[in-house]
Design a protein around this ligand. Structure first.
Ligand code: ATP
Ligand code: MG
Length: 583
């Protein structure tokens, strides 16, 4: 997987990258210096909404577009930092009027509409905790999360309320209010009209001193490996958001930045709301779901310069055999970053070829709150690698023995647990109602991510698989990512998910589930061809012994292949928590 290094020639770039000397910055970097980029609250403390919105609105950026919103039906609206300040202040006043106390949780359930973004800031201003739900969840996942997260107020739309909330309302005994975004009148004393309340609210709101360690966001993980976990974050996380916005996303004031993630997932809040605004950058939000032509047109029409997306979207674009740069003007685009799943080397190279820009992979988790490891715009890409730790982040490959003693694996290219040295500001501060699991995630000052990886001689990290997904076959340990990436190199393959199928003789047998590109049909011949193709690349021991064609692989709603489901289905076992399964 080490071929095809992508070298960068910074002199050819549209803008000078924020980080040129990676090693130097890693040596010099101090988190305290990031703190100097913030203003702090007049009365003391640190609040996300003040740093992301108010300080810009109070200064030179007041009339700059903070949010450029593209509606599902072709609407296009812009909101300045000044307007966002007022809207969020009004919502904070609404929460205050409803006696929502500091630390109480406010859940949101809506598509990506402007009010969601302004409200998020209002929630921070009133020192409540934001818990964004993905609007495509059904009633049961909504109920489970609201109960677990101790929801006090829900902000949603009439339609979502009728369909998904009313059926579970009788079980939400601690829920005090539902605010309906598009209702003109209150339904009763508990179910209120958002617009009425907003019209009565003042545009001024003084944020009370907020401790950097106060809880700000409650996020649920993607549920790829099991029941989604509630993860608590604090205001101080913006130190990491600011730093990663500067170095990993290379944000510059003139950027038009588009993050395709929904705020129901951590990428959609950390990078779809907070980070661009910390940098005073225009944030583009598209309400609609994936559509190749719409996306290319958005990149063109909105002159997107920095684009943050996910492997699942890239693979969908790859499926369609097109020449986007001939059809669309993508000349403003200068950086593409991707997160959420392993990014096959094939996808990185596809970007280079078809978009004239490589795709930069980066790694992090709901728990880490911000990007930890990334390929940087100024640095050589090793396709298939997640890149190197950002300044201020210490990542390592470790091994924990049966007695619980941790040792660092210093030898290059040797697999182990991917871990982070405790001390980065956006580290989660707890798993909701699961102190034990939280404690267990830390050993000797390291946070154990649950992913397996190795570090090469140049310090680049390579994803092997989730600890749960590793396949033990004939005494070898096989990471599914390696097998999937090899299959992806075949022109017929659109997506691949690889599991270990229990086998009496060899322990586990490598089995691949494959979905094909539009112009290909499943056949025994193609199956044999793929097995042969993989054998040539990987050797007989690692290549899949079985291949099954599926039109679509099961994925989380955030677009990750659910290998645990492929496995459960293969073995006829219960499917477990499927609340985040895409329909
Ligand atoms: P759950 O914890 O509920 O099983 P999840 O781990 O998928 O779900 P997230 O926090 O959204 O929930 O995802 C983080 C995980 O996604 C990482 O631990 C890793 O397994 C995977 N991941 C994220 N980015 C990358 C990447 N660039 N390369 C490989 N894997 C990645
Ligand atoms: Mg996880």
């Amino acid at each position: 997987m080490r071929e095809n290094l992508i070298e960068k020639n910074v002199d050819e770039f549209l803008l000078r990258p924020n980080l040129l000397d990676y090693e130097g910055e890693c040596r010099e970097f101090r988190w305290e210096d990031v703190g100097r980029e913030f203003e702090g609250l007049p009365g003391g403390g640190l609040n996300i909404a003040h740093e992301a919105i108010d300080r810009h609105a109070n200064g030179a950026l007041s009339d700059k577009t903070a949010l450029l919103w593209l509606g599902q039906n072709g609407e296009r609206k812009t909101y300045t930092f000044g307007e966002m300040k007022k809207e969020s202040a009004k919502f904070a006043n609404v929460l205050k009027r409803l006696h929502l106390a500091k630390g109480e949780r406010v859940f949101t359930l809506s598509s990506r509409i402007p009010q969601l973004y302004a409200s998020a800031m209002g929630i921070f201003k009133n020192q409540n905790v934001l818990c964004p739900l993905f609007s495509q969840f059904g009633p049961e996942p909504i109920l489970q999360r609201m109960l677990k997260g101790d929801a006090k107020l829900l902000l949603t739309t009439k339609k979502l309320y009728e369909k998904k909330v009313r059926p579970i309302l009788h079980e939400l005994l601690d829920l005090r209010y539902v605010l309906l975004l598009d209702a003109d009148e209150d339904e009763n004393e508990k179910t209120l009209s958002y617009s009425r309340l907003m019209s009565e609210a003042s545009e001024n709101f003084e944020i009370l001193p907020t401790d950097p360690e106060d809880m700000s966001i409650l996020h649920f993980t993607s549920g790829t490996t099991g029941t989604p976990k509630g993860v608590a974050h604090v205001h101080k996380a913006i130190y990491a958001h600011y730093m990663t916005g500067k170095y990993a996303l290379d944000l510059h004031p003139q950027d038009n930045y588009w993050c395709t993630a929904d705020p129901g997932w951590v990428t959609g809040t950390s990078y779809g709301i907070i980070t661009p605004w910390l940098h005073g950058v225009t944030n583009i939000v598209d309400e609609a779901e994936f559509d190749a032509a719409r996306w290319y047109k958005t990149l063109q029409d909105e002159k997107v310069s920095v684009w943050y997306t996910a492997p699942t979207a890239i693979r969908r674009l790859m499926r369609i055999d097109s020449e986007p740069t001939l059809e669309y003007d993508l000349s403003n685009l200068r950086l593409i970053q991707s997160v959420g799943e392993p990014l096959n080397p094939e996808a990185v190279l596809w970007g280079e070829k078809k978009l004239k820009l490589p795709i930069h992979d980066n790694w992090w988790q709901t728990e880490t709150g911000a990007i930890m490891i990334a390929n940087l715009i100024s640095q050589t890409i090793r396709p298939g690698s997640m890149g190197r730790p950002l300044p201020g982040i210490v990542a390592g490959i470790v091994h924990v023995d049966d007695e619980g003693v941790l040792s660092e694996v210093t030898e290059p290219n040797k697999e182990g647990d991917l871990a982070l040295k405790v001390g980065w500001p956006s580290m989660f501060r707890g798993y909701l109602h699961n102190e034990e699991k939280y404690e267990k995630s830390f050993v000797d000052g390291w946070y154990l991510s649950g992913d397996l990886a190795y570090k090469d001689e140049a310090g680049y990290f390579w994803f092997v698989g989730r600890a749960d997904d590793i396949i033990k076959t004939s005494g070898h340990m096989v990471g599914p990512f390696e097998v999937e990436s090899a299959l992806m190199e075949h022109p017929a393959v659109a997506e691949a998910g690889v599991i270990g199928k229990p086998d009496q003789i060899i322990g586990q047998l490598v089995k691949a589930f494959v979905s094909l590109k539009t112009n290909y049909e499943p056949s025994d011949e193609l199956r044999r061809e793929l097995i042969g193709f993989a054998r040539k690349k990987l050797g007989v021991a690692v290549a899949p012994k079985e291949i099954e064609f599926q039109e679509n692989l099961p994925k989380t709603r955030s677009g990750k292949i659910m290998r645990r489901l492929l496995k459960a289905r293969e073995m006829g076992l219960p499917e477990g928590d499927t609340s985040t399964l895409e329909e």
